[in-house]
Design a protein around this ligand. Sequence first.
Ligand SMILES: [Ca+2]
Ligand SMILES: [Ca+2]
Length: 251
Amino acid sequence: MWWTTRILLCCFVGLFPYDVAAQVVVLTKSSVYPNPDTLLEGESVFYDVQLSAAPSSTAKITFLVTNTTRIIASPAEVDFTGADWDVPWRVELAAPEDGVVEPSVGTETNPVEVWYQEGGNAATLAASLDIVVQDNDYDQYLRHGAISWTRDVTFGRSVAVFHISMSYHTSLRPDVTSGDVISVPATLNFNDGSQWTNTLDVTVVEVSSEGYILTSAEVTHDFGSSSAASWEVSLSQCCRSNALHNNGGTT
Ligand SMILES: [Ca+2]
Ligand SMILES: [Ca+2]
């Protein structure tokens, strides 16, 4: 995804009107993977920055981060001269990974200001970016998940067995070990229109040293007598915007 922010900066570089020059700070959000609109901890967004016209003297563009714990700009400052004003610098805005469960659930917005300064002139605000970061350490955060299915036909009815694997942060249940069964809230929406809302009992497969609880579960659903039915299910967990969808295969 590409989009461009163009801010007009009128930079008075002399005493006379004919000395007035105008540079535009051009910020282009890069398409470097994953470059999402919402950064998960551990992810980055990239901006290519350049000028639209040559500066009269060395121009400095600074990425000023308000919350340096949550966002790191690298490089935080780039300089342009009359020789390289049109050669883009790539600036990375990274959300550092941590193991901290943030006090607020969901997303947070972190302002990043882009300042322009040319020569000895005062710096001017060129752009304001709002970088959205999502915590991945809260108890029910689904670090990874997958659903697959197998088919069973019993007495003329199509029965699907969905195999569900999910991994959570250890803060969900710090005390569990392999083989334990824990309950997590889950909603399953089957494509025959039925919905299953309950706690899902999942078996702990492994507690990894990286802070993951790996779990697995099986859910059996009777799709009725239609052997041509497409078998699909989506799984979501209460209030956390986590969602999984299986491969939607057909019989
Ligand atoms: Ca984290
Ligand atoms: Ca965190």
